[in-house]
Write a protein that binds this ligand. Structure first.
Ligand code: NOJ
Length: 711
């Protein structure tokens, strides 16, 4: 760290602030004035980081200016939103979460890091680990779903994958856990809206994934755009300093979200850029992303005594240390100097296919039409998503190219060469034009099987894509009604970045699959599942709502004083709708049928420091091999603070051949029964706990045991 100290000692104030200034690269390479200004800033040492620029040559060109033409030669930090793949686009994060597979989550992050690093990138703004329970919020597509335990597992896996064993390696990138915190709780699901959650909810639900990311060594963390009860996260000293730095011990880089420091003025907590810069720096935000507020405001803030040089230098040190850890001083051109191992990307394509098929969730299968018979001779593939390559990339597609995508139609044609497959769009994803419906219906009338491809466009989820109507956009329902009215075997493929409230469709189609946005291997993966080459194994990482009026919806509700029985007066329910989800957390059908039996929890009484061994038998009752996913929940029956009716504590996946029987086991440490007590500190309270194991969060399918925690 000698280099860091020497540099800090040599830097002018402008150069110090430069290290805290990351700008967007638009125009750097080819743009006119923007480009010159940015180059000039890099040369002057007033820009320390760039994002949205990638490509080995492009990165090398700007890095060369920083290293060779700036006074102190400090290399640039190159960042990018590599969210679900870089060139090879994997399923969107919500879809990948359906695999419930830490190994897979890590491998796709590793592959993304290799590709991004080969394009000169040293830092990704991922993983997004915001617990999300309200599908109106478009960013649910980027999330791990509703559960903090799952989000924590994903946070650690992605961090390991991006950063690899050695952050300095040419194929590693710094991870940025985002967005700290509770962004998913925006009021009424409206993007960027205010959040008001209790400190308990922060500690129980929204913060644990960030502790997990820190424990896994995340290099950076991004505070969320939102305010919590009036305090924007960008300037929240209680959470950024008190909780994150002091309590959790995070000593990496805090990078603001896009323009968030300047937006403190819009939030109404800073009068001008001087105050905004001072508030953010004092809360511990090291890098100002694009707003230029540190550059404009920090010198005056220093003069006015609103910030200290020591605090500016502390941030500079953290940024320089990150550059050092990334190996940028040792070799600024390390990333981008070699193509990733496997030049043609074959192995990454295989991984994309694996990830995509494991993300598919078979939601309903009312009539046994799947897998499609190999003797099928004529299929109609209908709907606006059938050939929509670009949409399959989903939100945040980094360097992904529509030309690399295998569409649903192409995938099916490749998988069923002896079957006649015709296609018709019918209607657009959005819009009012129904003129294509007649052509589509005519096509369907001649087919044995109809594959109806419905859903959202990629842009309907992601950032700034909240929706209040969670039905099918445009005239897709009219198309679907017309197709279903034919009474022919119909499989619906639902492409979306969120659960859609489509009870009418689930009741009428023979089978519905959630196919989300699966990335470049969409078509092959979907065909693998439809033809039975791959037995569907995806499970929902969230409760799928029936109606938008149920949002937010999640399984770990607290019990109320009243019953939840619908139809009973004075019960905690709705007059016009069930309060249960359309599909529970964990739901996902398979071509196999798994039967659970013989749950044992031993010993029946445990003490702090001990473990309970939970085991059960699983049998595959189906005709083919498949993968079962088991969820372990606990319920603390009586506690000083009411505990949720279910808390997820573990997941197991087992592959079982036809008729195979296997045992699943967990070792559940007594410590896992701790909760945030009345004083907001973790406590372990003696008492009885129910242990439930099921294939979903629906209690109807649980095996249940009871244990006692003795003090
Ligand atoms: C805004 C988004 O909230 C954040 O997730 C992203 O990393 C930045 N923009 C940079 O693109």
């Amino acid at each position: 760290m000698e280099r860091v100290e020497t540099l800090v000692a040599e830097m002018t104030l402008a150069e110090k602030i430069g290290q805290l200034n990351m700008v967007a690269s638009t125009g750097v390479v080819t743009g006119p004035s923007g480009s010159r200004a940015t180059h000039q800033g890099i040369r002057a040492g007033t820009i320390g980081g760039l994002f949205n620029l990638w490509g080995a040559d492009e990165v090398r060109a700007v890095q060369r200016i920083a290293v060779e033409e700036s006074r102190l030669g400090v290399p640039l930090l190159l960042g990018l939103d590599v969210i679900h793949g870089h060139r090879t686009i994997f399923p969107v994060p919500l879809a990948e979460a359906c695999a419930f597979d830490v190994g897979l989550w890590e491998r796709t992050a590793r592959a993304a890091a290799e590709e991004a690093a080969a394009d000169g990138i040293a830092m990704t703004f991922a993983p997004m680990i915001d617990v999300a329970r309200d599908p109106r919020w478009g960013r649910i597509v980027e999330s791990p779903g509703e559960d903090p335990w799952v989000a924590s597992e994903l946070a650690a896996a992605k961090t390991r994958g991006f950063q690899g064993g050695d952050l300095a390696a040419a194929d590693s990138v710094a991870a940025t856990a985002k967005h700290l915190c509770a962004y998913g709780a925006v009021t009424a699901g409206r993007e960027y809206a205010s959040v008001d959650v209790s400190e308990r909810t922060l500690r129980e639900i929204y913060l644990p994934p960030f502790s997990a990311a820190v424990a896994a060594g995340t290099a950076a963390i991004m505070p969320a755009f939102i305010d919590i009860a009036g305090v924007p996260m960008t300037i929240n000293p209680t959470l950024l300093k008190g909780w994150l730095r002091e309590r959790v011990g995070f000593d990496g880089v805090l990078i603001s979200d896009y323009n968030a420091v300047a937006e403190l003025i819009n939030h109404g907590v800073a009068a001008d850029s001087v105050e905004a810069a001072a508030l953010a720096l004092n809360a511990g935000v090291d890098i100002d992303m694009t707003s230029n507020t540190y550059t404009q405001g920090l010198p005056a803030a220093l003069d006015r005594g609103l910030v200290t040089m020591a605090d500016i230098e502390a941030s500079v040190r953290r940024v320089l240390r990150l550059k050092e850890r990334l190996g940028l001083f040792a070799d600024p051109y390390r990333r981008g100097s070699a193509a990733p191992d496997d030049r043609d990307g074959k192995s990454r394509r295989l991984l994309a296919r694996e990830a995509a098929r494991r993300a598919i969730v078979l939601l309903t299968h009312r009539c046994p039409i799947l897998p499609l018979s190999p003797n099928t001779r004529r299929i109609a593939v209908v709907g606006p998503l059938a050939t929509a390559r670009e949409e399959m990339l989903g939100s945040w597609a980094s360097a992904g190219r529509p030309a690399d995508v295998v569409s649903i139609l192409e995938g099916l044609k490749a998988a069923m060469p002896d079957c006649r497959i015709d296609d018709a769009r019918g209607v657009d994803i959005d819009g009012e034009d129904e003129r294509g419906v007649a052509v589509a219906i005519d096509l369907c009338a001649h087919a044995e099987i109809i594959v109806l491809c419905l859903g959202e466009s990629a842009a309907m989820s992601g950032e700034a894509a909240s929706r209040t109507n969670l039905g099918l956009p445009g005239r897709q329902r009219a198309l679907a009604e017309a197709v279903l009215g034919l009474g022919k075997p119909t499989v619906v493929l639902l492409s979306s970045g969120r659960p859609l409230a489509l009870s009418w469709l689930f009741e009428r189609a023979d089978a519905v699959l959630a196919t989300w946005f699966l990335g470049i291997e969409s078509g092959h993966a979907i065909a693998d599942v439809l033809t039975g080459k791959f037995n569907p194994s995806g499970r929902l990482p969230l409760s799928w709502l029936r109606s938008v009026g149920q949002a937010p919806i999640y399984f770990s509700q607290r019990p109320t004083g009243r019953p939840t029985t619908p139809g009973v007066h004075y019960s905690s329910s709705y007059l016009d709708m069930l309060s249960t989800p359309q599909f529970p957390f964990g739901h996902g059908l398979s071509y196999s049928r798994f039967v659970l039996s013989n749950l044992r929890c031993e010993p029946a009484v445990v003490k702090a420091g001990e473990e309970v061994q939970v085991s059960l038998e699983v049998r595959n009752d189906g005709p083919i091999g498949g993968e079962v996913t088991l969820f372990l929940f606990v319920r603390d029956l009586v506690a000083s603070v009411a505990r949720p009716v279910l808390e997820l504590k573990g997941v197991r996946k087992l592959t079982l051949g036809a008729d195979e029987n296997r045992q699943a086991t967990w070792r559940l440490p007594a410590q896992a029964l701790a909760f945030i007590g009345e004083n907001l500190e973790p406590v372990l309270e003696a008492g009885r706990f129910e242990i439930h194991v099921g294939q979903t969060a629906d209690p109807a399918g649980f095996l249940t045991g009871v244990i006692e925690l003795a003090t």
